[in-house]
Design a protein around this ligand. Structure first.
Ligand code: TXA
Ligand code: MG
Length: 318
């Protein structure tokens, strides 16, 4: 299945019908591309796990078109979570909430909580709205990559990565390059205050602006988040952080840092936002060029820079 570039209203409607029929639809979001399936259809969800080669106890995020659908999937929603949802949805934020009976074990990995997000992308929102108009309740969508690999930020990367695993009647919607480029901030909302499980564009400082100071808690016993696992977001090339590059190495750093002699420049972002946007395509480029090693000079600072360093440390873990 070739990606459908700039899908028309009718093509997005057809994709919603395909989801309702149990097919898989990869679609753009503002963070990364997702591989979507009807979140109430166990068979379709099983296909997501097999296409991604992902262990089935790893929970999936359910995508909905607006906060109005939140009550279907979650119960006992704390006031601060409603505040966060009102403030940042549609947007790059996933809330982990106590699940309703609609969120089955095949979505939550057997846990009592469910991840919910309203993505801020025109095509994604149209797809979700059409799906809901057909009676759908929500679309489960992990990042559209093979398990442990780099998340795709273009439709071509989705196609390159998953083509041989998808069926002919699955679909890929092409919405161009993802605007943000790294996955949503995941915020656990199961106790009296929020807890950030995966950093992202919505930073700790931004969350604190809405909820007050956050105290870091250990969540390891409370919840399992495979995105927090050791090696993740990794290209085939070895990723080495903050070291000197040798001739033939790939090299990624902010634009003001010059390219070491003989190294192959994979990106020269001018801002932290730009760094996040090109990060995964730069790592993919290393594999396309069949490089053995990529040297990455990490960005400094808090906020989005911290989220970038989180992904890089996992990409570098072996
Ligand atoms: O930006 C994103 O979040 C993208 C786009 C497509 O929305 N999705 C994404 O999904 O990154 P995925 O599956 O690649 O990563 C989701 C992370 C996983 O680490 C998963 O374990 C965690 O969210 N997660 C999902 N549901 C959860 C739950 N009920 N409890 C704890 N963690 C959960
Ligand atoms: Mg992922």
């Amino acid at each position: 299945m070739e990606p459908k570039a700039n899908p028309s209203e009718n093509e997005i409607k057809d994709a919603a019908i395909a989801l309702k029929e149990g097919k898989l639809v990869a679609f753009p979001t503002e963070t990364v591309y997702g591989l979507g399936a009807d979140a109430t259809n166990e068979k379709a969800i099983h296909r997501i796990f097999s296409v991604k080669n992902r262990p089935t106890n790893h929970p999936l995020i359910v995508h909905i078109s607006s906060i109005n659908y939140l009550d279907k999937w979650a119960i006992d929603i704390p006031g601060y979570a409603v505040k966060l949802a009102r403030e940042f949805w549609p947007g790059p934020m996933t809330l982990i909430l106590k699940r309703s009976s609609l969120a089955k074990n095949f979505i939550t990995g057997g846990q009592d909580c469910v991840g919910i997000r309203v993505p801020a992308n025109r095509i994604a929102l149209k797809l979700l709205t059409h799906f809901e108009q057909l009676g759908g309740e929500g679309v489960a969508a992990p990042s559209a990559n093979r398990f442990g690999a780099v998340s795709p930020t273009t439709a071509e990367s989705v196609s390159h990565e998953l083509k041989s695993h998808l069926s002919l009647d699955d679909l890929i919607l092409d919405g161009g390059q993802s605007e943000i480029g790294i996955e949503s901030t995941i915020i656990e909302c199961l106790s009296e205050s929020p807890n950030i499980l995966r950093p992202g564009f919505i930073s700790k400082e931004i969350v604190e602006g809405v909820c007050g100071m956050l105290h870091l808690r250990s969540t390891e016993s409370l919840i399992k988040v495979p995105g927090l696992m050791f090696s993740h977001y990794a290209p085939l090339a070895e990723v080495v952080l903050d070291t000197s590059a040798s001739p033939g190495d790939g090299f990624l750093a902010m634009s003001e840092i010059s390219t070491p002699l003989g190294a192959i420049r994979l990106g020269a972002p001018t801002t932290i936002e730009h760094y996040a946007k090109i990060l995964y395509s730069a790592l993919r480029m290393a594999d396309n060029k069949r490089l053995n090693r990529v040297v990455v000079i990490q960005p400094s600072g808090s906020g989005l820079a911290l989220a970038i360093r989180d992904r890089l440390s996992k990409a570098a873990a072996r």
